[in-house]
Design a protein. Structure first.
Length: 256
């Protein structure tokens, strides 16, 4: 048998195997397009290769999700059990997020287990709902490097004394490069936001632009709308901040 004949037979076998597998998959795709998937959002995340994208259909997902790889998570669904970020270069876009993971009373928790460091996190066009039960929106666990971006989000019903904090109200032990907090809307939020750079390795920049927050009539647990520490360059422009009081901290500043 010639080499060309062998090649032809092998190619025919591979094509027939692929077509069989594809036909078998087509009969068993879940809502995320995963062959043999279990229909859960976590199952779709687990089945996606690092660097891939999971598109979340509209609907409610009563689960806590863990993102432990390079991933874009985008769509229109609602996740009610909170989010754990345990990977690098994570993007969450367009989702409604509420609830909390078991590890921390926060909608989004950055996992620092074993001293792990997470590089580059983006949260965009999401609704982060604290449900007025004492949760934070985002707890960074002093474990984030690279860029931290919040853009175009609605952050609502946060009754804790802080809302977003990359370090957990302590000095930074990991070095952020850049912070972007732009075009976000805060509603019924009682606490403060803090972005803390490392003292001996400060952030290159912090950009705080286009945000809206109205604290009128709220009983704040509060020191400032946003605190930025240890950054070489800070841009603050086009924000609309109203109704700030001292919140019991004796400060009550828009920016600190």
């Amino acid at each position: 048998m010639s080499i060309n004949t062998l090649k032809t037979l092998l190619l025919t076998f591979l094509l027939s195997s692929f077509n069989f597998a594809q036909d078998d998959c087509d009969a068993g795709l879940d809502d995320f397009g995963i062959c043999g998937g279990d229909g859960t959002l976590q199952g779709a995340i687990d089945a996606t290769e690092p660097g891939g994208t999971v598109i979340v259909p509209g609907g409610t997902y009563n689960e806590t999700i863990t993102i432990d790889k390079i991933l874009i998570l985008t769509g229109s669904g609602s996740v009610t059990g909170g989010v754990v970020i345990a990977g690098w270069n994570v993007v969450i876009d367009g989702l409604s997020l509420s609830g909390r993971p078991s590890q921390k009373n926060t909608v989004i928790w950055v996992d620092q287990s074993g001293g792990a460091v997470r590089n580059n996190i983006t949260i965009s066009n999401c609704v982060l709902d604290g449900e007025s039960d004492g949760k934070y929106a985002f707890y960074g666990s002093n474990s984030i490097t690279g860029d931290l971006t919040f853009d175009g989000n609605t952050i609502q019903n946060m009754s804790s004394w802080y809302v977003i904090d990359n370090t957990g109200s302590s000095d930074a032990t990991t070095a952020l490069d850049n912070v972007v907090f732009t075009n976000n809307t805060l509603s019924n939020v009682l606490g403060s936001i803090a972005f803390r750079g490392k003292q001996d390795d400060p952030m290159t920049s912090a950009t705080i632009t286009g945000n809206t927050a109205d604290y009128t009539g709220l009983s704040l647990s509060f020191w400032a709308f946003i605190e930025v520490d240890n950054a070489q360059h800070v841009e603050i422009a086009g924000n609309s901040i109203h109704g700030i009081s001292d919140g019991g901290w004796g400060e009550g500043q828009a920016f600190q």
